[in-house]
Ligand binder design. Structure first.
Ligand code: HEC
Ligand code: HEC
Ligand code: HEC
Length: 341
């Protein structure tokens, strides 16, 4: 009996060794966050995590150790630049974006390392958290939430005495997203009870201010942020829940970049030099590709906007000009813009 057990044990060890040798290179070996930090990050942030000159410290940095990791993950995925104050010092440099060089698993591993190395003692970051943040819709939803919703509902989704919490709110995480879509599109007023607290305020309507894509993005964010775990909302679900709505983002891009020539009215100007976009056949065409080409690459006096506007802004402004002034072209998504050669 003892012999049989020994044999079985030996066979198990052999099988273990075999599977592992046989799968070398293919097995999903967990990435080594410390090694990634040494090769990709320490040149700037230093092996000690204390930073140096223009490179901020990560050790003891409250942004690195926060319980909400959304901004931290976004920084490593997408980079960041511009002024930031960390532990009382002002920095204004360029942190590279890593999304094209590191996998989601590698970003999770390096952040887990950074959050537990030196004096840091914060919980791990999972590959799923990075994957969720890497989805462009989730990111822009987070940005929209900060810009449009957080003043009332608070960045942590906890609300205040006057504004209901969205974190841990059962209405928000219902399997069927129709009611949250309707609330965001049409606003709501009147008595509301959330987790036995009463509210009776006015939630603004976002119809006409946010596009369907924006509403899908912010609803997806709200349903998946904080402790919420409900499935995302698609642009199609929003479209079928209400009429196509204009994009506030697109309207402001248009006002800043396009109205000087095409006029706020969309009627064009310059004695015919700048064409009308209102009622224009190309602008209203089912296929937005030709006008996206014109917007990205310019044409004669029309400037090229590629490199000056993000794909999201181009999608927003194209959605705006296709729905403003009685135009009836459909909305344009960021992936339509990305497909333009
Ligand atoms: C070329 C230099 C450089 C490299 C390499 C670099 N960083 Fe950075 N990092 C910076 C700079 C500069 C900033 C501050 C950016 C600003 O001023 O907005 C920064 C900011 C950060 C922040 C935000 C800190 C805060 O308080 O919000 C984090 C987190 C971070 N880096 C992590 C990393 C990780 C992880 C890596 C490796 C995968 C890395 N960095 C590689 C230069 C670098
Ligand atoms: C000016 C303040 C304000 C802003 C900005 C605001 N809300 Fe609200 N929101 C409210 C109030 C007040 C209520 C409760 C309305 C009531 O009492 O009927 C509410 C209710 C809600 C509800 C319904 C909660 C439930 O339990 O049914 C959702 C969902 C919601 N808001 C999402 C958002 C989103 C998403 C944004 C950003 C696009 C946003 N809100 C921006 C004030 C605001
Ligand atoms: C400096 C003036 C100028 C600015 C600013 C400008 N445009 Fe134009 N745009 C033109 C001119 C001129 C044309 C006609 C080009 C041609 O066909 O020769 C044009 C053409 C277009 C067309 C094609 C219309 C058609 O029938 O094919 C679209 C769409 C358009 N512009 C959108 C925009 C958007 C969106 C912006 C802002 C992001 C913008 N334009 C900013 C001058 C401008």
């Amino acid at each position: 009996m003892r012999y049989i057990i020994a044999c079985l044990a030996a066979a198990a060890v052999a099988a273990f060794a075999l599977t592992h040798a046989g799968s070398a290179g293919a097995a999903p070996v967990a990435p080594d966050g410390k090694a990634i930090f040494a090769t990709k990050c320490s040149a700037c942030h230093q092996a000690t995590g204390l930073g140096n000159g223009p490179y901020p410290p990560l050790a003891g940095n409250p942004d690195v150790n926060g319980s909400d990791t959304a901004a931290l993950i976004a920084t490593v995925l997408h980079g960041r630049s511009g002024p930031i104050t960390i532990l009382g010092h002002a920095y204004s440099g360029n942190m590279p974006a890593w999304r094209d060089q590191l996998t989601n698993a590698e970003i999770a591993a390096v952040l887990t390392y950074v959050r537990s190395a030196w004096t840091n003692k914060s919980p791990a970051v999972s590959e799923d958290q990075v994957a969720a943040a890497a989805r462009p819709v989730a990111l822009s939803g987070a940005d929209l939430f900060v810009a449009k919703c957080a003043t009332c509902h608070q960045a942590n989704g906890q609300g205040t005495a006057a504004y209901p919490p969205l974190a841990g709110n059962a209405d928000v995480t219902l399997a069927d997203p129709k009611s949250i879509i309707a609330t965001i599109v049409n606003g709501r007023t009147g008595p509301l009870t959330v987790a036995s607290a009463s509210f009776n305020g006015k939630m603004p309507a976002w119809k006409g201010q946010l596009s369907n894509a924006d509403i899908a993005a912010v609803a997806t964010y709200v349903r998946g942020a904080w402790s919420n775990k409900a499935a995302g909302v698609t642009e199609q679900q929003v479209a079928s829940a209400g009429p196509v709505v204009l994009s506030a983002v697109g309207m402001s891009v248009y006002g800043n970049k396009c109205a000087a020539c095409h006029q706020a009215s969309g009627k064009g100007g310059g004695g015919g030099l700048f064409p009308a976009l209102a009622g224009d056949a190309h602008v209203n065409a089912v296929d937005p590709t030709p006008i996206l080409g014109t917007i990205e690459h310019g044409k004669n006096v029309m400037p090229a906007w590629k490199g000056q506007l993000s794909a999201a802004d181009i999608a927003a402004v194209a959605t705006y000009i296709r729905s403003a002034w009685g135009n009836k072209g459909g909305p344009v998504s960021e992936s339509d813009v990305a497909a333009i050669k």
